[in-house]
Design a protein around this ligand. Structure first.
Ligand code: NZQ
Ligand code: ZN
Length: 392
């Protein structure tokens, strides 16, 4: 096992009606003016936004609002938010929504706290030295941004979707009321469940070895999400299921499942980010579409690990040898993804990239072979292109 640091400064306020506590939680931050940041229509339609502004009014906290964040959040909206924060003297950002809104809030937080173009962070040009404090009211269990240090932004100029991570952006608090997720369409729920599983799977497939406790937490987390994802197909208002999935989403991506290991592979995420940038697909669905091809491409480099995953998570028979078990585990994972309505190929995802687009995505993914992607196998442009082709 490796040495590790585990840092989770986010205060979690979890359960029914917890969104009503937002006024008090923001007040505790001692801020002057809040930016309420949200997405398209869902938070308005559900009445959540009204409850939030009502709570801030009651707590006598000044605020401005900026909505319109889209899935795969855009840099232009981030710039708009930075300008607004500066002109209004905003010193706290309250994100009301999912990963896209929280990520947009983090990027605005970086941009408003320092001089310089915020895209330089996402373009690997410099490190952030400051970020405005952020709070979140989560409305979809998926990205884990409510406790993570990362944010992912799409630059429309070239359609680059890039992530940046710094502990400065970890939210100070995250309000998680599972009931707020009842209104999610099934596809978004299942896309979220897939993303949650992938955050743990990416870390599970590491090359450093791990700790029994970390592996055990990871395996339980994965089986829990599988169990409740199936239930949510039939019962979208099952509180227990929503709550289990929501908490799994945060634990999947707050660092818990990488304690003692090297942080994991992350190639599937890198491949998906290029798909999201170019084709604007739902993140979890994009992951589902490429994961099986990635797994088949790399599994001969770590057959024992794939076999352990197959046996402990997917319930594959202990009688199979490692190689057979590894492949059976990949098939079982794809069967599960299909069973929750997720695509397991690019075609099923609804896109048919041309050869030129595949080469473009592979090139962006590896910065033209300046870097390799993943750790189970260190993938270069040609490997990434090969995986996209397999996933067609
Ligand atoms: O915009 P609205 O109208 O709110 O609709 C949203 C959006 O269309 C809808 N939605 C959210 N809550 C709802 C709801 N609809 C009905 N009822 C509700 N309660 O769901 C759609 C998707 O929302 P989004 O925020 O995009 O989903 P998600 O949380 O999956 O976030 C995806 C983004 O996060 C990034 C992804 O790449 C993607 O850009 N990620 C961020 C990470 C991080 N910061 O740590 C890690 C992840 O790996 C991921 O890359
Ligand atoms: Zn993800």
């Amino acid at each position: 096992m490796l040495n590790f640091q585990y840092y989770t400064p986010t205060k979690v306020v979890f359960g029914k009606d917890t969104d009503l506590e937002v006024g008090e939680l923001v007040k505790q931050q001692g801020c002057r003016k809040v930016l309420i940041h949200y997405g398209g229509q869902s938070a308005k339609r559900s009445g959540l936004l009204n409850r939030v502004t009502g709570a801030l009014d009651e707590a006598e906290i000044a605020y401005v609002e900026l909505g319109g964040v889209v899935p795969n959040p855009r840099l232009s909206k981030v710039y708009e938010g930075i300008r607004l924060c500066r002109s209004e003297g905003v010193d706290f950002i309250l994100a009301v929504g999912g990963g896209s809104v929280i990520d947009s809030a983090k990027a605005i937080g970086y941009g408003a706290a320092e001089e310089g173009d915020v895209w330089e962070l996402y373009d690997y040009k410099r490190e952030a030295k400051a970020c405005l404090p952020i709070g979140a009211i989560l409305t979809i269990a998926a990205a884990g941004s409510e406790m993570s240090n990362s944010s992912v932004i799409t630059n429309e100029d070239g359609w680059y979707k890039r992530g940046y991570g710094s502990d400065l952006s970890r939210p100070c608090f995250a309000i998680m009321n599972p009931e707020l997720t009842y209104t999610l369409p099934d596809y978004q729920t299942q896309s979220g469940c897939t993303d949650i599983m992938m955050h743990t799977i990416e870390r599970y497939f590491n090359m450093s070895g791990s700790m029994d406790i970390t592996d055990g937490i990871s395996e339980t987390l994965l089986k829990t999400v599988m169990k409740y994802a199936r239930i949510l197909r039939e019962e979208p208002e099952n509180y227990r299921a929503r709550a289990e999935v929501m908490w799994a989403g945060s634990l999947s991506h707050n660092g818990l499942t990488e304690c003692g290991n090297d942080g994991g592979d992350w190639a599937s995420h890198r491949l998906e980010h290029e798909l999201g940038g170019l084709f604007d697909v739902a993140h979890g669905a994009g992951l589902a579409a490429v994961w099986g091809s990635w797994a088949r491409y790399v599994c001969d480099a770590a057959p024992e690990r794939f076999a352990t995953f197959a046996r402990n998570v997917m319930g594959v028979s202990a009688d199979l040898d490692a190689k057979e078990a590894a492949l059976a585990g990949i098939v079982a994972m794809e069967d599960f993804l299909r069973s929750i309505g997720m695509p397991v190929s690019l075609y099923e995802l609804g896109i048919e990239p041309t050869e030129e687009q595949i080469l473009d995505m592979a090139d962006k993914c590896c910065l033209g072979d300046e870097i390799t992607v993943g750790c189970v196998k260190k993938l270069k442009v040609a490997d990434v292109a090969g995986i996209y082709r397999m996933a067609r």
